[in-house]
Ligand binder design. Sequence first.
Ligand code: FES
Length: 283
Amino acid sequence: MDPDQAGAPIEEADGNQGGLIARMEMIQAKYGYLPKHELKTIAKNTGRSLVDIYGVATFYKAFSLEPRGKHVISVCLGTACHVHGGPRIAEAFQKELGIRPGETTSDREFSLETVNCLGACALGPVVVADGHYFSKVRTPEVKETIERTAKGLDLIEIETDERIFPVEVSCARCNHSLMDPRHIIDGHPCIRVTVSFGNRHGWLALSSLYGSYKVASEYEIPIDEIVHVFCPHCHAELIGGGRCSDCGAPMVPMIVRGGGVVQICARRGCRGHMLDPGGVPLE
Ligand code: FES
């Protein structure tokens, strides 16, 4: 789905919550929030009431009804992070950015949010900046975190970057863990799924380090090939409503232990990925 078609009629959303959410994700990606006129268009094209559409938009934390900044910083204030100093970290971000949680800087560079639990309680206090997790954050690191976020967080050194940490994921359909301790990649148990492409069908092992792209597979997957990814336990295809913002291929959602959704691009070689603490896993 092309983000520029955000105002176009929505056949695929007709009575289908997954299609509706996918369309909202596209609009959110295009504008950084869900403008009222786009929600009205959705209501008109789907025959659903505007109240209904707003209900979906406000239910999921991933959506915003107000313009957000270019960079979004979320500070966890869940119980574990609270105990480990989350409120002090949130205060430090407020002070540095000059805004309160829920607000956006006047230059539209940063939005600040607080969230309840990001599913990485042992690593608290946790901060997510533009989808990248920072663990055990201390107040002296806040300023640098903002500066690094402003410069862009895509350049990650696996060996030295403290943002790299392992995620534990499970199938969004059957909730069975996808972790495989028998196969170690980057020093941690890998994530094991089944993939199919062409007439091949075999296992794929992914590094569980968020930000690492190391994989091993039963069959060599050609670069640019879009694969179908399945849970090896319930055999359901792991597919959500979203598309990769880098290449347009489907995103593959997996549930992060403790909450949230990690999504990776289904195209071999594409580095599109996101970690969404309030994510919507499946259609
Ligand atoms: S309480 Fe912060 S990650 Fe769970």
